[in-house]
Design a binder for this molecule. Sequence first.
Ligand code: SF4
Ligand code: SF4
Length: 293
Amino acid sequence: MIAAVASGKGGTGKTTVTASLATVWGGPLVAVDLDVEEPNLHLFLRPTIEGREKAHLTVPVVDEARCNCCRACADLCQFAAISVMGSVILTFPEMCHGCGGCFAVCPEKALSCGQRELGEISWGRSGPVDFLSGRLRVGEAMSPPLMRRVKGRLQQMLGSVGGDAIIDAPPGVSCPAVNAVLDSDVILLVTEPTPFGFYDFRLAWQAFAPLGKPLGVVVNRAGLGHDAVYRFCRDQGLPLLAEIPYDRDIAAAYARGRIVADLSPELRETFLSLRGKIGDLARQCRPRKAVHA
Ligand code: SF4
Ligand code: SF4
């Protein structure tokens, strides 16, 4: 089973939930930080890092001696990463999405493979839990290519040791957030009972519900008083799987990098119960296909 923990906006407690679930999971588990622009799961799980590798995207490099400036590559590229002006050809590696189309259409075989560094992938162990994370290079604008590399390694890890995975997804509803949940069997939406929280929660539901995966809701900072999230869940038939109370001690512990499930027997029971409900939800899903590369 792959469970993705998502939210419509940052700061709702997505990583709190992911780290606590990893702590109580009770079986082989890979905890994955796919929030590659701002990874912070390691601050809570404090893994021993056992390996790192750089990830790269293949970008075109022009052999000007071969190029006849026919424009086929520039006309094909949807991202303006190649431009031909008269007898001059220019490439813009930072705009390349690595689709490979230009290589395929060049009649002169004038393009060779260069590399743009995307960022770094690291992996290791946090107690009984396997840990995997990506970190985008500073200045790199596109996170999905690095996320795909992280997911490729996740597929290898699950293939060799089996078990489950829990993914800390990027916040929001843009391309990286959707990319992060695509391979999951179940999606947890973490929200908070505030007007802002509800607004972004509804956006997240609109983005993720069409994927057709089982969705469950976790309300963090429960007790703040705004009830629109609860009414929406009732109206849409969305299961409310857990509530984490609004509590100064929880906030203080979180700020120190402590795992919320470890703070009291009651909170541990909350996350144990949540883990069971995730399993129940995932069983509604058809058998998992290969992770998207
Ligand atoms: S690989 Fe794709 S995105 Fe990159 S320059 Fe070639 S056609 Fe454009
Ligand atoms: S398709 Fe090949 S030959 Fe034509 S402009 Fe591009 S690199 Fe040059």
